[in-house]
Design a protein around this ligand. Structure first.
Ligand code: FES
Length: 79
């Protein structure tokens, strides 16, 4: 089952959200990129292709990356 609500998509594995529609990059892709060491929009552009087309995703992609890196920092402190 697949349902589209704004940028959110419900799949069998749960919710994810498209961040970059041009390159079909999701918030999960950005979280994975952060786990792999991405720290900047330039890193996301290189790894996932965000902003290479229309560029409208730049602000949101940066916000998702910042949130992902902050959550990893908190979980590292808790460990
Ligand atoms: S939405 Fe990301 S490049 Fe267009």
């Amino acid at each position: 089952m697949r349902m589209l609500l704004n940028n959110c998509v419900l799949m069998q594995r749960g919710f994810f959200m498209y961040v970059c529609l041009c390159q079909a990059v999701t918030d999960r892709d950005i979280q994975q990129a952060a786990k792999n060491g991405a720290t900047s929009l330039k890193d996301l552009r290189r790894q996932l292709g965000v902003t290479v087309d229309c560029g409208r995703c730049a602000r949101f992609a940066s916000k998702c990356l910042k949130t992902a890196n902050e959550s990893f920092a908190v979980s590292d402190q808790a460990a």
